[in-house]
Design a protein around this ligand. Structure first.
Ligand code: FAD
Ligand code: SIN
Length: 528
C-alpha cells in the first residue's frame, strides 16, 4: 500500500513558514520559473543538494531550436513528432518549437555564451534531427546554462534559496496543494512551508536503474510525492536510454554526447563493422530508441557488453577543442579519442513520463504545477528528440509563471495560516538494508524493465517491487531512506505501465509484442 505521507506529523506541532510560491529544484526548469516570479512575489527555491547539483549541470550536447538559415519551427516540429512515434501531442510540440527560440534568446540576454563562428551561432546535429539545430557551449552546455541562471537567481531580492533541504511530501487540504513538508537532514527536523502554489521541477529518476547517466539527485522524488498527493501520472513506461555512455565502472556512467556522432563519429561492432548503416536512413543519427535496440542485438551477437564509438577519423585538434570534457574523461580512463575505439553502452537517461501536465504546467491537483523532466505534457511522445529537454524547461516554466499569479489570486496568507494538516498511520519499526534494497531495485529495473521488456520480465519485476513495498511502511529519518521509498514507488509505476502497454513504440520495446499497434495503443497510459 502506498501511504499518503511518508512520515507522521501534525502541522500544529511543526515550524511553519509562508510564501507566495515554492519552487522545488534548481535545474533549468526550477531556476527559470523562480527567476520569473521572484521580483514580485515572495518565493522559496528549495533544493536537496547544492544549488548546482542538477542534471542540467551535466547536459552536454546542447539546446535545440530552429535558428539555422534552412531551418524552421515547422521542421523542428516534424523531427520532434517523427521521433515521438505517434504519441506527441501536436499542440504542445507547436508551443515548444515556436516559443523555444525566444526563450533561448532570453538565455543569451542573461549572458549564456553559446559557441559562435564569427558572429553566427554555431549549430550542431544530433540523433533524429534532419539538420544542424543544436546550440552548444563546447561539450559542457549544461554547466554554462546553469551557471548563468544561478548567477541571475542570486541577484533576485525576492528569492530565498535553501540548499540541502529535502522536499518530502506535498501538503494538501480540501483537494488543493498548499505547500510542502520539508526535511532538514543536518538537523534531523521536519518543517512546513505553505504557499499559494508549488512548482515541482525535481527532474528525472535515472537512479532507479543500475546503469544510468543521471546524477545521484535523480531519484524520482517529485514524481513519487505528486503521485502520493493524488496527481495523475502519464507515459511512465517510456524511459529513454542513451546509446553512448562510456563503459567504465564509474557510476553514474559518463555520457559521450550524441553531438560527437553529429560531428561524424561512427558506431562499430566487435568486428569493426558500422552496424547502423542499412538499419535506418540516418544510420548513427537515427532516433535513440532505434540505435539502442540495434546495439542490444549487436552486443548479444558479439557476446560483449558494449559496442564501439569511433571518432579516430575526426581531426584531433577538433576533438580536443570541441569535445574537451570528453577528451579529458577518456584520457583519465585510458582511452584516446584520436586513436582508440571507445567502448560504449546504453544507459538510462531521461524520463519521458512523469506528472501529467497541460501546456501551462497545471497538474490534475490544483495548486501544483510541474516543469522540466518531472512533467509529462506529451511533448516528447514515445521518444524524446535529443536536446529538446533543456528547451522544455525554458519554455514551460515561463508559461507556468504567466498564469500562476492570476490563478492563485484567491489564496491568501490568512487562508494558509488556518490550514491544519496531519498524518497518523501505523508504521513498522524494522531494520532495512538501504544499500542492498537500492541495488536490488536498480538491478531489477535494468534487467527486467530496461531496453527490452516482456510480460514475464515485467511480472517478475512487479513481484520484487511488491516485496520492496514493505519499505513504504517504515518511518525513516534519513534522505537515503526517503529516496529509496520514492524509487520503489516510481519503479512500480514504470513496471505497471510497461506491462499494460502491449505493443512496441518509441523507447518501449516488448519482446512479446514487437509491433506498433495504432488501433489499440495510440494513446497515453494515465495512472492515478
Ligand atoms: P534537474 O536539472 O535534474 O534539477 C532537478 C532539481 O531538483 C535539482 O536541483 C535537485 O536537487 C532537485 N530535487 C530533486 N528532488 C528533490 C527533493 N526531494 N527535494 C529538494 N530538491 C529536489 N538534455 C538536453 O536537452 N540537452 C543535452 O545536451 C542534454 N544532455 C544531458 C546529459 C546528461 C549526462 C544527462 C543526464 C541528461 C542530459 N539531458 C540533456 C537531459 C537534461 O539535462 C535534463 O532532462 C534536464 O536538465 C532536466 O532539468 P530539470 O530542471 O527538469 O531537472
Ligand atoms: C547528448 O548530449 O547526447 C544528450 C542530449 C540529450 O539528452 O538531449
Amino acid at each position: 500500500m502506498i501511504p499518503r505521507y511518508l512520515v507522521n506529523f501534525d502541522s500544529e506541532k511543526l515550524t511553519k513558514s509562508f510564501y507566495d510560491f515554492i519552487v522545488v529544484g534548481s535545474g533549468i526548469a526550477g531556476l527559470t520559473a523562480a527567476l520569473r516570479v521572484c521580483d514580485i512575489h515572495k518565493t522559496l527555491l528549495l533544493t536537496k543538494g547544492e544549488v548546482r547539483e542538477t542534471t542540467t549541470w551535466y547536459a552536454q550536447g546542447g539546446v535545440a531550436t530552429a535558428l539555422g538559415k534552412h531551418d524552421s519551427p515547422e521542421l523542428h516540429f516534424e523531427d520532434t513528432t517523427r521521433a515521438g512515434d505517434g504519441l506527441c501531442e501536436p499542440e504542445v510540440v507547436k508551443i515548444l518549437v515556436s516559443e523555444g527560440r525566444e526563450r533561448v534568446m532570453d538565455l543569451i540576454d542573461m549572458g549564456a555564451e553559446f559557441d559562435r563562428l564569427g558572429e553566427e551561432i554555431r549549430l550542431t546535429r544530433e540523433g533524429g534531427h534532419s539538420l544542424p539545430r543544436i546550440l552548444h557551449v563546447g561539450d559542457a552546455t549544461g554547466s554554462a546554462i546553469e551557471a548563468t541562471l544561478v548567477r541571475m537567481a542570486k541577484l533576485c531580492s525576492g528569492l530565498e534559496i535553501q540548499e540541502h533541504q529535502f522536499a518530502l511530501d506535498l501538503l494538501t487540504s480540501e483537494g488543493r496543494c498548499v505547500g510542502l513538508l520539508v526535511f532538514d537532514p543536518a538537523l534531523g527536523e521536519f518543517s512546513l512551508c505553505f504557499a499559494r502554489a508549488v512548482i515541482l521541477a525535481t527532474g528525472g529518476a535515472g537512479q532507479i536503474y543500475s546503469v544510468t547517466t543521471n546524477p545521484l539527485i535523480s531519484t524520482g522524488d517529485g514524481m513519487s510525492m505528486a503521485y502520493r498527493a493524488g496527481a495523475e501520472m502519464m507515459d511512465m513506461e517510456f524511459v529513454q536510454f542513451h546509446p553512448t555512455a562510456l563503459d567504465s565502472e564509474h557510476s553514474p556512467r559518463f555520457l559521450i554526447t550524441e553531438a560527437l556522432r553529429g560531428e561524424g563519429a561512427y558506431l562499430r561492432d566487435c568486428s569493426g563493422k558500422r552496424f547502423m548503416v542499412g538499419v535506418h536512413p540516418m544510420a548513427e543519427l537515427a532516433p535513440r530508441g532505434v540505435v539502442v535496440r540495434e546495439m542490444i542485438k549487436v552486443m548479444e551477437r558479439c557476446r560483449t557488453d558494449h559496442v564501439y564509438l569511433d571518432a579516430t577519423h575526426i581531426p584531433t585538434e577538433k576533438l580536443k577543442v570541441r569535445f574537451s570534457t570528453i577528451w579529458q574523461k577518456c584520457e583519465e580512463c585510458g582511452y584516446s579519442l584520436a586513436t582508440d575505439l571507445i567502448p560504449v553502452l546504453p544507459a538510462a537517461h531521461y524520463m519521458i513520463g512523469g506528472v501529467k501536465a497541460d501546456v501551462d504546467g497545471r497538474t490534475t491537483l490544483p495548486g501544483l504545477y510541474v516543469s522540466g523532466e518531472v512533467a509529462a505534457t506529451g511533448v516528447h511522445g514515445a521518444n524524446r528528440l535529443a536536446s529538446n529537454s533543456l528547451l522544455e524547461g525554458l519554455v514551460f516554466s515561463k508559461r507556468i509563471v504567466d498564469v500562476l499569479g492570476r490563478e492563485t489570486e484567491e489564496i491568501s496568507q490568512n487562508n494558509l495560516r488556518g490550514v491544519r494538516v496531519k498524518s497518523s498511520i501505523p508504521k513498522r519499526d524494522v531494520w532495512v538494508d538501504l544499500d542492498g534494497s537500492r541495488r536490488l531495485l536498480q538491478e531489477t529495473m535494468m534487467e527486467k524493465v530496461g531496453v527490452t521488456r516482456s510480460r514475464e520480465s515485467l511480472g517478475e519485476a512487479l513481484e520484487v517491487f511488491g516485496d520492496l513495498e514493505e519499505i513504504l511502511e517504515v518511518e525513516f529519518s534519513s534522505v537515503k531512506g526517503f529516496e529509496l521509498q520514492n524509487m520503489v514507488i516510481v519503479a512500480k509505476l514504470i513496471a505497471r505501465a510497461a506491462s499494460m502497454r502491449e505493443e512496441s513504440r518509441g523507447v518501449h520495446f516488448r519482446e512479446d509484442f514487437p509491433e506498433k499497434d495504432d488501433a489499440n495503443w495510440k494513446k497515453h497510459i494515465i495512472l492515478r
